[in-house]
Design a binder for this molecule. Structure first.
Ligand code: AMP
Length: 766
């Protein structure tokens, strides 16, 4: 059957003109399936929408019960379309029940065409609306979706792409090629610039070691590109087979809160922030420039920043208490490092526990030669021990970590030069300085065992500092679910882990010594191990970090996002009305009755723009440890869980530090007293500061080319033009297009009712 005819006849696609259909067919690929073959398996991350050209397939959902077919797909029908909007994995197995042909239309192409074809977008939105609303009423489908998400987190990415990861240091180049999650080849060039420069390479055919001919980074990278494509040692035939190259870049400054596709602008920005990381950024950039010259023109390059994961750290945490204007003019703030590693181990730990990172409070201790601790609240880094530079925080191999800035002034007053102070604090301090012996923990542990007092002091001080940060971050997040150890020391030293956690049962942290000492089981696909006891309230884990694999993963994500951001550029002119959301309270049924009397029903006062929502006549007073906020309006209808949304200023008034959360996500948030006419109740949790967000319908989402739960940047043109980052997109049938910011933000940005925003770009996509 003619594919074009099938597409033209499809309810959704018939809105496309001939040229659009030709473009879609050009981008798509076709596949034949025989009876019993799987078209889509549950948990599969969907990157395409399928159309059954001929044949018939049955749908089986994994809802925990052994199932009969849940439905069928007939020739001409579309499948897998919900993921275009939600990014969710497939919730069902789709299996051919006779010989069938399928055309796969990549998400990116379909989104592009939908963006410029409102008629087709409306058709698809109608279909999505039906399916999404139906899902709300079907517990079987909700269970199947939850299982599919868990399966997707466990699934090995079996794609056959090839991503080259490059980490250029001042005298070294580390590299690896990944196909899916598998490292197919990699190695290290060391001592570049010296006469004994060496390359160590491991390929599919085994290991090799050779002196490097040439004395600079260009010679090293030429050698690397030659080796990965060599018939003897390589894993590729040609460099054109590379899907992308991912570069580690240490500092992204304030500009880069995500990995980016590299172009000339990005390169000049990396150069611009080089004075913040003079030892790293210039050589990282050199690596990018050399690759640009040596690689075939079509291979995209991506910059993955060590600082990016920490872009979510709130202002009161990332600011140093120095004059504000001076700090802003000179980009003096805490940036944090090791972000790629902290993000990777957080996600690996959550997947290992069968949870999503956004429901957990995690502290990740990256303890290697460089060391840092990060507090990750519901997937967002909220504090980290390194600062403007990697010198702040923990005691490291040769870096001092935290000290009194007055000490540095004192050194200057004693006649030390900047260079001397820099060398002392970066190269001669830390474990090395304290022990007077070595900066290497393995050596120190041995020496301490043998009674070396300097080594013992260094080990004690190191552990004490980590412990202090763990306690501080538990306090700052008001609790902890998971404590993760990673990197050279964190992964390998049971003694250090035990010393750090010893005596912390008062905080719910208890290690099981046997589990702590035993190695991570190999060969069972285990990426981590739990070392806490059964009684421990906090799960303590060891998760090996793999920075290169994390960079490969980020690189792929960035490529996917890149395509979508381009489409968005074409829709930038569509205005999004701004709503200023005042404080409000959502109540559960039990609390309505407690506050207003048994059998009380909320009294609608006026309807809100979002269909089905209304402001009520009823108000409550909020009483916090410091003060009170009176007459806060209740919004109906009742919800399963009570939630209080307040602004930053009100948090201060009440004396509560509320976390920034998406609506509905109140686990482990602080509580407050609610005063009603009948009685007062003490909420144990439920107070949040809502994430800035944009509500929209599936139609709007398709028009913008964005998905539910994307995080975007929005531009507000008022008295002055302002970019709001970190804006969460929520898509639901019937939702009115509106961006919600809270009263404080509106005041600060001089936003008034009636103003609009435009969506600039996608900042983050899960
Ligand atoms: P990294 O920077 O992540 O490679 O970590 C290097 C640090 O990990 C050095 O201080 C090593 O001595 C330390 N390390 C590696 N293996 C062990 C081990 N088995 N016991 C203690 N420390 C170790």
């Amino acid at each position: 059957m003619d594919i074009k005819k099938v597409l033209e006849a499809n309810e959704v696609l018939k809105g496309f003109d001939e040229e659009a259909l030709n473009r879609l067919i050009h981008d798509s690929f076709e596949e034949e399936y025989s009876a019993g073959q799987v078209l889509v398996s549950h948990g599969q991350q969907m990157t395409f929408v399928g159309i059954l050209v001929s044949g018939r397939a049955e749908v089986f959902i994994d809802s925990g019960k052994k199932s009969a077919p849940y439905g069928a797909i007939e020739a001409g029908q579309l499948f897998g379309e919900i993921s275009l909007l939600t990014g969710e994995p497939a919730m069902a197995d789709i299996i051919a029940c006779e010989s069938s042909r399928v055309i796969h239309i990549p998400h990116e192409s379909l989104t592009r065409e939908m963006g410029s074809n409102p008629l087709a977008a409306r058709g698809l939105a109608r279909l999505l609306k039906e399916r999404l609303l139906a899902r709300d009423d079907r517990p079987d489908e909700q269970t199947a979706m939850a299982r599919a998400r868990a399966a997707s987190a466990r699934r090995d990415d079996s794609s056959t792409d090839a991503v080259l990861v490059i980490n250029v240091g001042s005298s070294s180049v580390k590299y690896a090629v990944f196909s899916g999650k598998e490292r197919v080849t990699g190695g290290l060039v060391e001592r570049i610039g010296q006469s004994d420069a060496l390359i160590r390479h491991r390929g599919p055919a085994g290991k090799m070691e050779q002196p490097l001919e040439g004395d600079n980074h260009e010679a090293a990278l030429k050698k690397v590109l030659g080796l990965i494509t060599s018939p003897e040692y390589g894993a590729l035939d040609r460099l054109e087979q590379l899907t992308a190259v991912g570069h580690r870049v240490v500092h992204g400054g304030v500009r880069f809160s995500e990995s980016v596709l590299i172009d000339d602008n990005v390169m000049s920005e990396i150069a611009r922030v080089s004075d913040l990381a003079p030892l790293h950024n210039p050589v990282n950039l050199l690596g990018i420039e050399i690759c640009k010259r040596l690689l075939p023109p079509g291979v995209p390059q991506v910059a993955v920043f060590d600082t990016a994961f920490h872009a979510t750290i709130p202002e009161h945490v990332h600011r140093y208490a120095i004059p504000r204007d001076f700090a802003d003019d000179n980009q003096l703030r805490r940036f944090g490092f090791h972000g790629t590693s902290h993000k990777y181990v957080t996600q690996t730990a959550a997947a290992f526990l069968g949870e999503a990172p956004h429901v957990l409070k995690i502290i990740s201790c990256h303890l290697g030669n460089g060391a840092s601790v990060t507090a990750i609240d519901h997937g967002r880094s909220v504090d980290t021990s390194m600062g403007l530079t990697p010198l702040e925080g923990l005691i490291m191999g040769t870096r001092s970590g935290d000290l009194d800035p007055g000490l540095i002034l004192h050194l200057f007053s004693k006649g030390k030069s900047t260079k001397e102070v820099e060398t002392m604090l970066n190269k001669e301090s830390g474990l090395k300085g304290l022990s007077g012996l070595s900066g290497d923990m393995r050596e120190l542990e041995k020496a301490a065992d043998a009674g070396h007092t300097g080594a013992l002091l260094a080990v004690q001080s190191f552990c004490y500092r980590v412990r202090k940060y763990v306690g501080a971050y538990m306090a700052s997040m008001s609790g902890l679910d998971v404590l993760v150890f990673t990197a050279g020391i964190g992964e390998n030293s049971a003694g250090i882990r035990s010393r750090i956690c010893h005596g912390l049962s008062c905080l719910g942290i208890e290690i099981d010594d046997e589990k702590n000492r035993s190695p991570i089981p190999v060969g069972q696909g285990a990426a981590a191990k739990i070392i806490s006891s059964e009684e421990s309230r906090v799960v303590v884990m060891v998760v090996p970090t793999d920075e290169e694999s994390a960079i490969a993963l980020e690189t792929r994500h960035t490529l996917n996002r890149g395509g979508v951001s381009d489409i968005l550029t074409a829709r930038r002119d569509k205005p999004v009305p701004i709503g200023i959301s005042a404080h409000h309270v959502h109540l559960c049924k039990e609390h309505v009755e407690a506050l207003f009397g048994a059998g009380h029903k909320l009294t609608p006062r006026n309807e809100l723009k979002q269909k089905g929502y209304f402001a009520c006549e009823e108000v409550v007073n909020l009483v916090g440890p410091k003060g009170r906020v009176d007459r806060v309006r209740i919004l109906g209808p009742e919800r399963p869980v009570t939630q209080v949304e307040i602004s930053r200023t009100e948090e201060f008034k009440l004396g509560i530090d509320a976390p920034i959360r998406a609506s509905g996500d109140v686990k482990n948030s602080p509580g407050v007293i609610l005063e009603g006419p009948n009685t007062s109740i003490t909420l144990e949790e439920g107070v949040i500061c809502a994430y800035r967000h944009i509500h929209m319908s599936p139609e709007d989402a398709l028009a913008f080319g964005i998905r539910d739960k994307d995080v975007v940047r929005a531009n507000v043109e008022g008295e002055r033009s302002l970019i709001f980052g970190d804006v969460l997109v929520r898509v639901y049938p019937g939702w009115f297009l509106e961006m919600h910011i809270d009263t404080d933000e509106a005041n600060a940005a001089e936003v008034s009712p009636g103003m609009t925003a435009t969506i600039e770009s996608i900042q983050k996509r899960a």
